[in-house]
Design a protein around this ligand. Sequence first.
Ligand SMILES: [Ca+2]
Ligand SMILES: [Ca+2]
Length: 375
Amino acid sequence: MFQNRSCPGFRTLVILTIILGTYICRPTALWGQGATVSLQDFVANGNTIPLSDHCVRLTPAEDWSSGSIWYKESIDLTFSFEMELNIMFGCDDESGADGIVFVFADTRDVLGYQGEGMGFSGLQPSLGIEVDTWENDHLADPWQDHIAILQHGHVHHYYNLAGPERIENVEDCELHQFGISWDHTSKRLSVQLDGEERIAYTGDITEQIFAGNPHVYWGITAATGRYNNRHEVCFEKLDFDLAIDELVFNKALEGQLIRGDAIVLESIQFEDGSTSISKRSFPDLYRLMNLMKANPGLDLRINGHTDSDGSEFINEKLSRLRALAVAKFLSQQGVEKNRIHVKGYGEKYPLATNDTSIGRMKNRRIEVQLYNPRT
Ligand SMILES: [Ca+2]
Ligand SMILES: [Ca+2]
């Protein structure tokens, strides 16, 4: 089982069941305690159609079709993450085509060329992890099934970042465990199949592929060509924190705070299930501290909110403890305790729906408000 220990505040654990060929939607092992996945968290393109609340078909068993599905929010490559998928690559080793690509790109809602392009070809900038089950000689495909790490929509193996590595036939009607992990510290991207690493790439993906932008989208593409296969995906489990902008606490936000607006500090995050503030929150907390010190006549309200997962009682307690953790941080930095006022609202005031993972992430938040206690 994957465990993301390097960045517990930014866990990306996803279980997908990708079914190529024959559709079987069945429960898979659960990795982590993520909330229920909903297709509302994704955007679909091309021939993709929903099959249930968490399953889609990317292509039908028809020639020249293609489909993709993308998670709506970006992830942040400045933090490590791990993903776990279960893939069923179909039952026909002879004439099923073309394969699937797991894609990172700087935009979502896109679909590349069909056929041998597997819906990835033409997407730039991008990084793709392909599982190709159809040999195209002119693309330097090795004989039979193979895996490779591709870049910028190129499916010719001349342009590989890594591979191609031949793998045993995976079109065997069996579910295959497929894992992707990114270690930000070592800048190593590792891909595992059935519990073993099959291919890896070490490099600064943010700089090399995405011109310094660490916020990228992820999705899955599939396509058919002169031969076809049915490509289907089931999202079984997803536990995911959103990428946040570096300058959440900017001058405009400071102005809003001074005016007395209540502001959600999206950058203030907590390690999962705990009241420990994530290190990535510190820069904005220091900015809040400076604002308090520069405005000694103003007091601060810190309101904690949670999503609706878990009991109302626990959520109220957790939201208060998290708000208190922010208050403690500020008082340790020299802000007077009697200027800081804390409230835990639990799940009472959602900003978004609790039916989707993105909505729940928006609902888990710390809100701050400056005010003059003498007026
Ligand atoms: Ca191919
Ligand atoms: Ca095969």
